[in-house]
Design a protein around this ligand. Structure first.
Ligand code: G
Ligand code: G
Ligand code: G
Ligand code: NA
Ligand code: MN
Length: 245
């Protein structure tokens, strides 16, 4: 069976679930928020990683149904458990960014699921923003008006023009975990992270480091005044009944 066919039935068969990974405020040590991540266990295919099925879902347009399910599910199971001020971060696929169905979906969650928009953060990869800058400015400004915040995911991978940072209403840069992996040994990675933090700082944007797996990496990020961090060192993505707020 193909992923494409399996995906069509996955929601109806109750094969999807969500896991949540905390983001930690490095100044206070408190949980800043949780990133929502999808998991799929197919009857026929076993565990399929989102790295495999999200691209297929984008091609076959099941991504809209999956995103709708993810956002509503996260509103119902995560929001009641969040303490005051904590945010919920969700991934929106670059492919969806072109349309406006996902904006309508967010409005629906605000109207019908009790979502406080100031608690929602949307994670988008750089590519989606740069492909159609004018559209991105309009959609992100729309989100801002609602009070939703915006994070650039996997920041630093691929695109060299940084001018878009000035034009777009962005709240967070998530430093890709490939830069964090060798931070203790690799002076180039150190320089890149330092540069990203300084750049973000001067633009009034906060930085979230991804993929923190050791105390040594954490100490290095703290020494650079990184705001927020996420990774296995703090917690793996976990089911709702396992998370600690
Ligand atoms: O959780 P994991 O590291 O296996 O995720 C692999 C990739 O799948 C990551 O790029 C992650 O952002 C993406 N992903 C996970 N859950 C979702 C989701 O709900 N929507 C979208 N669009 N991407 C997701
Ligand atoms: O949550 P984590 O990033 O550790 O998951 C890595 C991958 O392992 C996920 O993309 C998912 O497909 C798969 N996975 C998640 N939970 C389980 C599990 O309980 N058992 C197995 N075998 N695989 C899992
Ligand atoms: O592309 P995105 O940044 O959304 O991907 C997030 C993915 O990274 C999640 O699927 C999650 O399982 C994975 N992840 C989270 N923390 C760590 C970590 O400390 N190390 C590694 N290798 N992967 C991580
Ligand atoms: Na993400
Ligand atoms: Mn990322």
């Amino acid at each position: 069976m193909q992923i494409k066919h399996g995906l069509r039935q996955a929601l109806a068969r109750d094969e999807m679930h969500l896991v949540y990974q905390p983001e930690i405020n490095l100044q206070t040590g408190q949980v800043f928020g949780f990133e929502v991540l999808m998991r799929w266990h197919s009857d026929e295919l076993g565990w399929v990683s989102p790295a495999e099925f999200i691209p297929v879902a984008e091609e076959s347009d099941s991504i809209a149904d999956l995103t709708r399910w993810m956002l509503i599910k996260a509103c119902r199971e995560l929001l009641p458990r969040l303490e005051t001020g904590m945010q919920m971060a969700v991934n929106i696929s670059p492919r969806q960014f072109g349309g406006d169905r996902w904006l309508a979906l967010i409005r629906q969650c605000i109207d019908e699921e009790g979502l406080d928009p100031t608690r929602l953060c949307i994670e988008i990869t750089e590519g989606a923003l740069i492909r159609d800058m004018d559209q991105a400015v309009v959609q992100l400004s729309e989100l801002r008006k609602l009070g939703v915040s915006v994070a650039i995911d996997d920041f630093g991978t691929g695109y060299s023009s940084l001018s878009y940072l000035k034009r777009l209403p962005i709240d967070y840069l998530k430093i890709d975990r490939t830069f964090v992996a060798d931070i203790e040994q690799d002076q180039d990675d150190q320089a890149i992270i330092r540069a990203i933090i300084n750049l973000a700082d001067s633009l009034g944007i906060s930085v979230i480091a991804e993929g923190v797996e050791s105390e040594a990496q954490l100490d290095f990020l703290k020494s650079l005044d990184c705001d927020i961090a996420q990774g296995y060192f703090f917690a793996h993505p976990q089911a709702i009944d396992k998370i600690k707020c």
